[in-house]
Write a protein that binds this ligand. Structure first.
Ligand code: KDG
Length: 314
């Protein structure tokens, strides 16, 4: 299997009430969601060979997910349908001023039955693995599959990135932190949001939060801020890119978008400052549109000049 990147996780179908409270609208927008599927779509749009490993139900939502990912150019060989459980569903209400309420219907879902048997035996030909903290807390079998994938990828010489992606509705903070820290020991790059790092540090103080991220024993640790802003810690020292002046329409998907831009640049062999700029530009673009992945750019929209244009577009 020759891939620039493999990812694994649980894809969902999202019902989005598009800025209205869900109980006062008759119309919702339906689309594919899931941090890792957003990520896979983004990398594929930028021209990378990306594969997705996971499970959906043998139902209409599962079919829509497979069709959408395939249509976006993602290799779905590793995305299988099971009739043992339904595809997970997500209700999303954007309530204005950046406030988003998410309700999951994903307990005992098809995606959470992911296990090590879903993984490719052989990671040869796979340049990178990208995983997120969501999969680490979906179920014990999904966690084991994630950790096994990280170990196999490392053993085959692939780079491994981990996005913390804490979901407070999926597990208690102590479990999110414990699983993240365990997985971080197997990662080359870690991406973590400011509020997630504050939970890990047990403090909202900037010095404590940065101290925590710095203390993660990984090659590159990126602390993601708002509107595409980020700070990276590596043996090159501390590097910071500022937030972009964009109007936020829907903040969901910003972290996945940052990972897309950042790892797109890393795959292209770009230097860390450029990778941070690239991550910030993609994140800033995605939050100006409704939907979790809809604002992700295609390769022809993403030259270095277009990056600047995207960053300032309102
Ligand atoms: O990162 C965006 C995700 O939050 C969304 O697409 C759904 O994966 C999801 C989740 O668990 O929240």
């Amino acid at each position: 299997m020759d891939l620039d990147c493999l990812t694994l996780g649980e894809p969902l179908i999202c019902f989005d009430s598009m800025g209205e409270p869900l109980d006062s609208t008759a119309t919702v927008r339906k689309y594919v969601a899931g941090a890792e599927s957003n990520f896979a779509i983004g990398l594929a749009r930028l021209g990378h060979a990306v594969g997705y490993v996971g499970r959906v139900g043998a139902d209409s939502c599962g079919r829509e997910i497979v069709r959408t990912l395939r249509g976006e150019g993602v290799d779905v060989t590793g995305l299988t349908a099971t009739d043992a459980a339904p595809t997970a569903i997500l209700l999303k209400e954007c309530l204005g001023s950046g406030r988003v309420e998410v309700t999951y219907h994903r307990a005992a879902s098809a995606g959470s039955t992911l296990d090590v048997s879903d993984l490719p035996e052989d990671f040869d030909g796979i340049r990178r693995l990208h995983v997120s903290g969501i999969t680490l807390v979906l179920s014990p079998s999904a966690r084991d599959a994630t950790l096994a994938a990280m170990r196999r990828a490392r053993a085959a010489g692939a780079r491994v990135s981990l996005d913390a992606n804490f979901r407070l509705k999926l597990a208690p903070v102590s479990v999110l932190v414990e699983q993240f820290e365990r997985a971080a020991t197997l990662a080359d790059e870690v991406l973590i949001g400011r509020s997630e790092a504050a939970l890990c540090a047990g403090s909202d103080d900037d010095v404590a939060v940065e101290g925590y991220v710095r203390s993660l024993a990984v090659g590159i640790a990126v602390l993601k801020g708002r509107r595409g802003g980020a700070t990276a810690f590596s043996d090159e020292g501390r590097l910071e890119v500022p937030a972009r002046p964009v109007d936020v329409v829907d903040p969901v998907g910003a972290g996945d978008a940052f990972a897309v831009g950042f790892l797109h640049a890393m795959l292209a062999g770009e230097a860390l400052p450029d990778a941070l700029e690239s991550g910030g530009a993609v994140a800033a673009r995605v939050i100006t549109r409704h939907g979790d992945y809809h604002g992700l750019p295609y390769a022809d929209e993403f030259s270095p000049t277009a990056q600047l244009e995207m960053a300032v577009r309102r």
